[in-house]
Design a protein around this ligand. Structure first.
Ligand code: SF4
Ligand code: SF4
Ligand code: FES
Length: 258
């Protein structure tokens, strides 16, 4: 194997590939051109270009919302929005990432509010300024009907707002585009909290489990885990009992922590 091959192994997803035979495409990261393998996600391409993430990267799996990205393709006026960890690069992509988007979160005591339009108006009065442009929906990388959940919240249909916003990962792209300056993801979180608190039946198994936690039932187990070495923890993980896919009454053999 040549020195070049040894040096420049790069990862694309879970596969290691060699740059030889892999097409490189030009992309522009914060205005500077780099040539990166065409199979890479934006996130991996940014690292391939030499950057190290200290923000704008978390789960790498489309769940945490840390990697919202804005880009245009040369010659096309459209502005595009995506998650860097979920989007493969394209030639002549001009991109930048949004490490954080400021949005004020209302302060409230969940015990002292109710699941109503009045609560929404009081805590997030700016929802009334929505002009129904649907820009928020177009910006959402999770394909959520953002305008629909804002409108449902405005009408006091908290259950619908909670359901529609369930996949929100709080990336902030919707709020970055809204002409009414609405803070969608905090509003959505309020709706889901109100829905869970006041509209769905309480989970009966939760109370005894919280009591177990408060009584310290898991303290020793956690101490053992913290004291364990890496090999031991890996073995524990590999050997763990798994709940079968098709099962309604499965119980682990070790019932110490049930
Ligand atoms: S971007 Fe703002 S104003 Fe436009 S539909 Fe969405 S919430 Fe309403
Ligand atoms: S609703 Fe807004 S904050 Fe939530 S995932 Fe979509 S764009 Fe991101
Ligand atoms: S790194 Fe978590 S969603 Fe992209």
């Amino acid at each position: 194997m040549s020195e070049a091959k040894k040096e420049i192994r790069v990862a694309t997803g879970d596969r290691a590939i060699l740059p030889e035979g892999t097409k490189l495409v030009p992309i522009f990261i914060m205005g500077k051109q780099y040539r990166v393998p065409e199979t890479m996600t934006i996130q991996k391409a940014v690292e391939y270009a030499g950057y190290q993430f200290i923000r704008s990267c978390g789960c790498r799996g489309g769940i945490c919302g840390a990697c919202p990205t804005v880009y245009r393709i040369a010659g096309d006026y459209h502005l595009h929005f995506c998650l860097a960890c979920q989007t493969v690069v394209q030639a002549d992509m001009y991109l930048t990432q949004l490490p954080f988007f400021p949005a004020n979160r209302a302060a409230y005591d969940i015990e002292k509010v109710d699941a109503s339009a009045e609560t929404i108006m009081k805590l997030y009065p700016e929802v009334m300024k929505c002009v129904a442009c649907n820009t928020c929906t177009k910006a959402c990388p999770m394909e959520i009907e953002v305008m629909e959940y804002v409108n449902a919240a405005m009408r006091g249909d908290i259950a619908k707002a909670a359901r529609l916003s369930f996949d929100c990962i709080q990336c902030g792209l919707c709020s970055s585009r809204c002409p009414a300056q609405i803070q969608h993801f905090h509003l959505a979180q309020l709706c889901r909290r109100l829905h869970a608190k006041y509209q769905v039946p309480a989970a009966q198994h939760l109370k005894p489990r919280v009591a177990d936690i408060n009584a310290g039932k898991f303290v020793n187990m956690l101490k053992e885990l913290v004291a364990g070495d890496e090999d031991g923890l890996r073995k524990l993980y590999v050997d763990r009992e798994m709940e079968p896919q098709e099962s309604s009454d499965w119980q682990p053999q070790d019932k110490n922590f049930l």
